[in-house]
Design a binder for this molecule. Structure first.
Ligand code: SF4
Length: 655
């Protein structure tokens, strides 16, 4: 398969899920925006301007390692080595001893080819980490409405009367979308409600800031549903025609202890009444959620409660309404759409579905296995145990929240580790075969942004040395695996053929065509932009109400509650310096004699980090905020309670 040649007609920014279009500027290291639906003014944020500034140190030659001896080889020799070692694993242990890890910053075609390679070799052990970033939200959307995806187009936000943003900071993380759609809507009179324990740049534009205790967003949404119900704001026609389970939900709401819920969440009942009134009286309400609503204690589901609120008020299936998943990486949506998931085939169909497997078999000539595979974290835990060979595309599992020494031992315990990446990493150091890959701005193909818009990528820079796109490498590997059997499952003349195959096997992508996507992109399943106008994609076409969430919240003793931002799914590259200080409420700071700029130690008891402090009255009392890149050692300790003290205690004068 050949890669496209570089062109200047624009590609997709590889840095976040908004998917702004851009092209190289006069100074080639700086990008220029190209007007497109996600960035209708042709603007880019500061990160996007640097999109062509790819890693300083690139991998340019394939490398194989034999007992510590690393040597450069040809691409063909490297592919032969991969095939030989993987076949040895399959012969000795069966195909489920292999693992395939894809990446949310790789294209649709790359994720599609990776899962096809895994499944044609006989295993569903294929995953991508983006699946875990918004897991409660996408699960709730999938189970109750039909698709694990944002319901509306970004442009629809301009028509919203109320915009709820929860557990997210789009003003900073998705700035072009925020400034192109949320800000103009607010300037035009929409009410912006920000639900987050920590105030941030999004809060500055908000009419109301609800700052619940961490992990209690679900109670806030249940309180809002109760307020809407009390005020008579239920959209009865919508509820009757489009939903089921309303009676059970209203019964749960009637016995919901609002006073206690407000006390546990630490929110002001008057503010709840005010927002409930705004939601009940609005014609169109849209909600935007980030990873902050995912929670850490696993007991309550904020997305479930938020969906109840939207269904209760008929705010799904129309312009200006719906639920937006603020995905952080460029192709988080597409990686899952393409089937880079252990229990779902391309298009979100379960691997256990006989018809879905038959549809794939008709296209591939090989039926995928019917037993669900294991998740990325389960696979990693099994490296060297039941997993003996792994192919890792554009990921760096050696850097993760988990114990790094343990992960490196797991990587070394494999019989064979193959890594495709554009730059040396902690993981490539452990690899038996390293294949140099292209950067996002050097690739052809498609990516699907956070509003389900499939957009064309066109190379805006050349790939160095022997580096190739992951798609080209995976297709070459696939050809080699089936060469001896004389089967052509991976013969593609160009990347367009891979995309068109995806549209034939993934029902959601049906009707899309690589050549017709154009520069505007096209949303799946149709270009209307609004999902569920007439019916939900559930078995009976109705959306199900859930119940209210449990009113409980474990008090974390002896400390402050840590909220982190800038998780891997929310930000690409290095955090900006102003993300890094510990943000702490002035009264919490005063109790500890901390002032802005002071060096502080943040500790869980077994892990500690040093940083500086910033006093911030927008941060909820009893809560502190730290960027995940700084908080990482604390997160590995799996606790949300921390103590904060000055690094150097203040000197006391006198006797
Ligand atoms: Fe790139 Fe996201 Fe910035 Fe747009 S908002 S330019 S996609 S980083």
């Amino acid at each position: 398969m050949t890669d496209d040649t570089p062109t200047e007609t624009g590609t997709v920014c590889p840095l976040c899920g908004v998917g702004c279009r851009l092209r190289p500027g006069a100074d080639e290291s700086r990008a220029r925006g190209v007007t497109a639906p996600p960035n209708p003014n042709g603007r880019l944020c500061g990160s996007g301007v640097g999109a062509f500034d790819v890693a300083d140190e690139r991998l340019t030659e394939p490398v194989v390692q034999d007992e510590g001896d690393r040597r450069v080889v040809s691409c063909e020799a490297a592919y032969d080595r991969v095939v030989e070692r993987f076949e040895a694993v399959v012969d000795a242990h069966g195909p489920d001893a292999l693992a395939f890890l894809g990446a949310p910053h790789c294209t649709n075609e790359e994720n599609y080819l990776l899962q096809k390679l895994a499944r044609t070799l006989g295993t569903n052990n294929v995953d991508n980490r983006a699946r875990h970033c918004h897991s409660s939200t996408t699960r709730a959307l999938s189970e109750r409405l039909g698709y694990p995806a944002t319901t509306n187009a970004l442009g629809d936000l301009l028509e919203a009367d109320v915009i709820l943003v929860a557990g997210a900071n789009p003003a900073e993380r998705q700035p072009v979308a925020f400034n192109s759609f949320v800000r103009p809507a607010v300037n035009d009179g929409a009410t912006l409600v920000h639900v987050d324990p920590v105030g941030n740049r999004t809060t500055r534009l908000a009419d109301v800031h609800l700052a619940p205790r961490p992990d209690t967003d679900a109670l806030v949404f249940d309180l809002l549903s109760a307020a809407v119900f009390e005020r008579g704001g239920v959209d009865e026609a919508f509820v009757d025609r489009r939903t089921r389970g309303f009676e059970e939900f209203t019964a749960a709401l009637e016995s919901f202890d609002r006073e206690r819920a407000a006390a546990v969440a630490g929110v002001d009942s008057e503010q709840i009444r005010h927002v409930g009134e705004a939601v009940a009286s609005a014609d169109r309400v849209a909600a935007l959620v980030g990873t902050g609503v995912e929670g850490t204690d696993g007991r309550a589901s904020a997305p479930e409660a938020l969906l109840n609120l939207l269904l209760l008020t008929g705010n799904v299936g129309r312009r200006g309404t719906g639920l937006y998943v603020l995905r952080g990486l460029v192709n988080e949506q597409g990686a899952t759409d393409a089937g880079c998931v252990p229990d779902r085939l391309p298009g979100h169909r379960p691997v256990t579905d006989d018809d879905a497997r038959a549809r794939i078999a008709a296209e591939w000539g090989i039926e995928p296995p019917s037993t669900p595979g294991r998740s990325a974290s389960e696979l990693l835990s099994s490296f060297g145990d039941s997993i003996h060979g792994a192919l890792v595309v554009g990921e760096n599992p050696a850097i993760s929240k988990r114990d790094r020494k343990w992960i490196r031992q797991r990587l070394d315990a494999l019989d064979v580790l193959v890594v495709l990446d554009l730059a040396p990493s902690a993981t490539t150091r452990h690899a038996d075969v390293v294949l140099p890959a292209a950067a996002g701005v050097e690739k052809a193909g498609t990516a699907t942004n956070l509003e389900r818009r499939v957009q064309r990528l066109r190379p805006g820079a050349t790939t160095p040395g022997a580096a190739r796109s992951d798609a080209a490498i995976l297709a070459s590997l696939g050809q080699r695996f089936f060469e001896e059997a004389d089967e052509d499952h991976f013969e593609y003349a160009g990347i367009d053929e891979v995309f068109d195959e995806l549209t034939r096997v993934a029902p959601a992508y049906e009707g899309l065509s690589f050549t017709e996507i154009g520069d505007e992109g096209q949303q799946w399943p149709s270009d209307d932009g609004v999902l569920y106008r007439e019916t939900f994609a559930t078995t009976d076409g109705l959306a199900a109400f859930g119940t209210t969430q449990p009113i409980e919240h474990s008090a974390r003793r002896g400390g402050l509650e840590l909220v982190t931002g800038g998780r891997s799914s929310e930000f690409y590259g290095n955090p900006r310096p102003d993300d890094c200080p510990l943000r702490i409420h002035p009264e919490d700071a005063s109790e500890r004699s901390i002032e802005t700029g002071d060096a502080v130690v943040v500790s869980t008891g077994t892990a500690a980090v040093e940083t500086s402090a910033t006093l911030d009255s927008g941060t909820r009392r009893g809560t502190v905020y730290l960027h995940a890149s700084v908080a990482d050692p604390l997160l590995r300790d799996d606790t949300a309670a921390v103590t904060v003290r000055l690094t150097v205690p203040p000197v006391t004068m006198g006797g």
